[in-house]
Design a protein around this ligand. Structure first.
Ligand code: BDP
Length: 597
């Protein structure tokens, strides 16, 4: 866990944020000789590569695309000769990285989807050029998040074997910043919101590195101060609060200051939304009002840049989602770049924020094995203590990073693990308990279950505040001409869940069909656009039968890259949009349904 420094970077009168994005030096290190040969002080022979981006699709050869092992980045940077503490902040290093400044190791971080932050004040030379090196690694095993393995080809080449259905993109995929902060600075803040009639209370807590007094104020959209308080802990009382509503967001500016008498020591500004989240019976309530979730499971995925941060892509995705009248998405299967959440805050989208706990089932084809009733043991192996340690750390870092976003209304703590053993129950009890302890806003906690997690067998559903089901009736189960059977089987499962009398909302976090944008056929066949449309309509029949079904997130928003194989045609084609973000026919069906839902 970091020293509470996950605040999104801001430049203001007391803070300087310098971008280190651009071209960096890059070099593969297949024999892991980098450290021995002192690459931390200079890579010597390197190629230029852009940051942020995944490295895989930038090259034209198989070796680079499928490279699995250590790889290095380097960059020269100059630190201005001004007072302050110097930090480096990587949006992420996938899947793990060690950071060196001027040849010396500064920090190491495990997990590829959350920030890496380090204080480099004692490592840099101010006013001069400094050398930054990162040794990264993209190998997977059964104690990493996500889970997978490394396979060795007969010629000795190592390749990632993910236990999950997305390409193992890696690299420095998010922005890198140099931060110059005052010696005594604001490290973190959290809020908890309650409503009282038309008024709101924003209880806050600020962490700083010193003892000077803290002042907090809140400004409305027009810049009028609407509340203020002082102290590291306090309450902002907002009269006639403008609420952050779904698809109708209102954001206040929160300003936090450390002062010594009249002199300002540090300041941090952020935008927060005033809204509450609750689960009551089978309803999801935002500001006390029921909301039906409409939207998608997504990926950070695009041609050439892989999982690299790209502002135009974020904009286009939100425009496409809004066009279909969606109000929600799940950050399947890992926390996304923070820019996604900032945009969602503005646009009034709800987010189910997911930790990279995917592939927790011993199978490289979860999507095929799921639902066949096969026991895919996982939580009774010797790798579990290390896996749990990583899982808990990433839950902590995710909640720490995302806790103040109004868009984040829930945290998902897994995707499709094995959940039928008592081992899985013990494991996830610990994960849920820790997450509940950490979230200052006490959001509902959940996880996405695959078909093996049946009502009679699942040992983990009781840990969730609402149920998220990934179901493929009409695709992996009884597809094509058998779809009538699929629907009967689907009803049968829902009836069995109903009989359990859980009285919690159920949300479908995945349902969908692979669909090639080139294929049309009447009557429909699997993989043709007509079938995707029919499948949607038939699934909606089921959803609309049960009042406890409170949401539908289609798998997937757009086509995306996966590992190659006979189940995938240059990637997973379950997108409602193509990888280029153009609509398939099903997008028009969703648009129409969600307009009135
Ligand atoms: C589910 C997974 C998702 C896959 C999807 C599919 O959660 O990552 O991409 O199925 O098969 O098993 O398309």
């Amino acid at each position: 866990m970091y020293d509470q420094l996950s605040l999104y970077p801001e430049t203001n009168q007391k803070r300087i944020t310098l971008s280190l994005d651009g071209m960096w030096g890059f070099r593969f290190d297949p024999d892991s000789v980098g450290e021995k040969e002192n690459w931390m002080s200079g890579l010597r022979s390197s190629v230029s590569l852009p940051v942020p981006a995944s490295f895989q699709d930038l090259f034209t050869d198989q070796y680079s695309k499928n490279y699995c092992g250590d790889f290095w980045y380097e960059k020269e940077f100059t630190v201005p000769d001004i007072p302050g503490r110097i930090f480096l902040r990587f949006g992420s290093i996938t899947h793990r990285g060690t950071v060196y400044v001027n040849g010396k190791e500064v920090t190491s971080h495990e997990g590829g989807f959350l920030p890496v932050i380090c204080d480099v004040t004692d490592f840099v030379r101010k006013g001069e050029e400094n050398h930054l090196a990162v040794k990264a690694n993209n190998e997977l095993n059964e104690s990493t998040l996500p889970c997978g393995a490394v396979k060795t080809l007969m010629n000795g080449t190592r390749i990632a074997a993910p236990y999950f259905d997305f390409f193992n993109y890696a690299g420095i995929q998010r922005s890198v910043w140099l931060l110059i902060l005052p010696e005594e600075h604001i490290k973190d803040y959290s809020t908890d919101i309650s409503l009282n009639g038309e008024d709101a209370c924003v209880a806050y807590e600020v962490k700083t590195g010193g003892e000077h007094e803290v002042f907090v104020s809140l400004f409305d959209k027009e810049g009028n101060k609407v509340a203020e308080a002082s102290g590291k802990k306090g309450t902002l009382k907002v009269e006639k609060a403008n609420l952050w509503k779904v698809r109708n967001a209102y954001l206040y500016k929160i300003r936090i200051q450390i002062k010594d008498g009249d002199s300002l020591i540090d300041e941090y500004n952020d935008r927060i939304g005033i809204r509450t989240v609750a689960i009551k019976g089978h309803e999801i309530l935002i500001n006390g009002e029921p909301v039906y979730l409409k939207g998608y499971g997504k990926h950070e995925d695009f041609d050439i840049i892989g999982r690299g941060l790209n502002y135009p892509l974020i904009k286009r995705d939100f425009e496409c989602m809004k066009w279909t009248n969606a109000n929600c998405f799940r950050t399947s299967h890992y926390p996304y770049a923070e820019e996604w959440y900032r945009f969602a805050d503005e646009e009034g989208f709800l987010i189910i924020d997911e930790v990279p706990a995917v592939g927790m089932m011993r199978s490289t084809h979860n999507f095929a094995v799921a639902g066949m009733g096969q026991y895919t043991y996982f939580f009774e192996t010797p790798t579990v203590p290390e896996l749990l340690k990583n899982h808990l750390a990433q839950v902590e870092e995710m909640i720490e990073r995302d806790k103040n976003h109004p868009s984040v209304f829930s945290f998902s703590l897994f995707n499709e693990p094995e959940t039928t053993s008592t081992y899985s129950h013990d494991y996830f009890s610990k994960v849920f308990a820790r997450a509940r302890e950490l979230d200052p806003q006490h959001r509902p906690m959940t996880g996405a279950f695959e078909k093996n997690s049946a009502p009679e067998k699942c040992q983990c559903y009781m840990l969730c505040d609402f149920m998220c089901l990934n179901r493929y009736y009409g695709w992996y189960i009884s597809g094509g001409p058998d779809i009538d059977d699929a629907i009967l089987k689907f009803h049968d499962e829902m009836r069995r869940w109903k009989e359990k009398g859980l009285d919690v909302p159920f949300v479908f976090t995945e349902f969908g069909t692979d669909t090639l944008s080139t294929e049309h056929k009447l009557p429909s066949v699997m993989w043709a656009q007509e079938y995707q449309c029919e499948y949607m309509e038939r699934n909606f029949e089921v959803f609309d039968t049960y009042d406890f079904i409170q949401g539908e997130l289609v798998w997937n928003f757009a086509d995306f890259q996966t590992t190659e194989g006979i189940f995938r045609v240059n990637g997973n084609k379950k997108g409602v949009f193509t990888r280029e973000r153009q609509p398939k026919d099903a997008a028009f069906i969703l648009k129409k349904r969600w307009e009135n839902k």
